[in-house]
Design a protein around this ligand. Structure first.
Ligand code: ADP
Ligand code: MG
Length: 241
């Protein structure tokens, strides 16, 4: 897949012939310096943008030639998004935020509620479903966003710097959730990160540079995020004193 942008007289190459296969049941970290093409790659994988050249096949569907409407449908059916800034609706409860993607699917209210409550319980927020985002910590807001991404049970989850705004305790909480999702449900989770210790939690680390894939390596011994949690909690406790 290639992607270029025409800027007046200039052509900016964001991706220069990228070849990537993603399997189910894998947590993949995309790393690389700023401007290397990570977001462009995520946007194409997320069907938010189309390649200039090449093909992107998702779950057997060639999405490279689809119209914007068709891609919107594919996103709703097959992809969950998690963002660095959470992107929750501010004046809307956690429960209503999580129900939102189910409204687009045309599910009835009772069924939406049941699935949203289940997803919020899954991320440990059963007691917070009526809270507004402003009444939740950053880590809790990101867990609401994860519940919203999980509620439609998409086979592909895309997370662009999901822990970029979080402290280390909440970083490992979020990562352990993502690791659980991959292991329990054979889903694919792809995350962009600048943090080497976050990348070490992935099963595969893809390094992007100058619009190319520089390396694509299986991680022989991924870190278990849940095991990193107690030490981070201890450090936070020590800092507080
Ligand atoms: P990263 O996410 O790794 O920082 P990006 O994918 O955002 O990198 O950008 C890769 C390259 O493509 C950069 O040189 C960037 O300036 C360029 N680029 C990205 N989006 C656009 C756009 N919409 N128009 C023009 N150039 C762009
Ligand atoms: Mg980026």
């Amino acid at each position: 897949v290639s992607k270029y942008y025409v800027m007046g007289e200039d052509v900016v190459f964001a991706l220069r012939g990228v070849n990537l296969q993603l399997a189910g049941g894998e947590l993949i970290a995309i790393v690389g310096s700023s401007g290397s093409g990570k977001s462009t790659l995520m946007n194409i994988l997320g069907c938010l943008d189309r390649p200039s050249h090449g093909r992107y096949v998702l779950g057997g569907l060639d999405v490279s030639e689809m119209s914007a409407e068709e891609r919107a449908l594919v996103r709703n059916r097959l992809i969950g998004f998690i963002f660095q800034g959470f992107h929750l609706l501010p004046r809307t409860s956690a429960l209503d935020n999580v129900e939102l993607p189910l409204i687009y699917r045309g599910l009835k209210k009772a069924e939406r509620r049941r699935l949203a409550l289940e997803a919020l319980a899954r991320v440990g927020l059963a007691e917070r479903v009526d809270h507004l985002p402003s009444e939740l910590s950053g880590g809790q807001q990101q867990r609401v966003a994860i519940a919203r991404a999980l509620v439609t049970t998409p086979p592909l989850l895309l997370a662009d710097e999901p822990t970029g705004n979080l402290d280390s305790v909440t970083t490992w909480e979020v990562l352990s959730l993502l690791q659980d999702v991959v292991q329990e449900q054979e889903r694919t989770v792809l995350l962009v990160t600048h943090e080497p210790d976050v990348a070490q939690c992935a099963d595969r680390i893809v390094t992007v540079g100058d619009g190319r894939i520089l390396s694509n390596l299986r991680n022989q011994s991924p870190s278990n995020a849940r095991q990193l949690l107690p030490a981070a909690q201890e450090r936070r406790g020590a800092d507080a004193h």
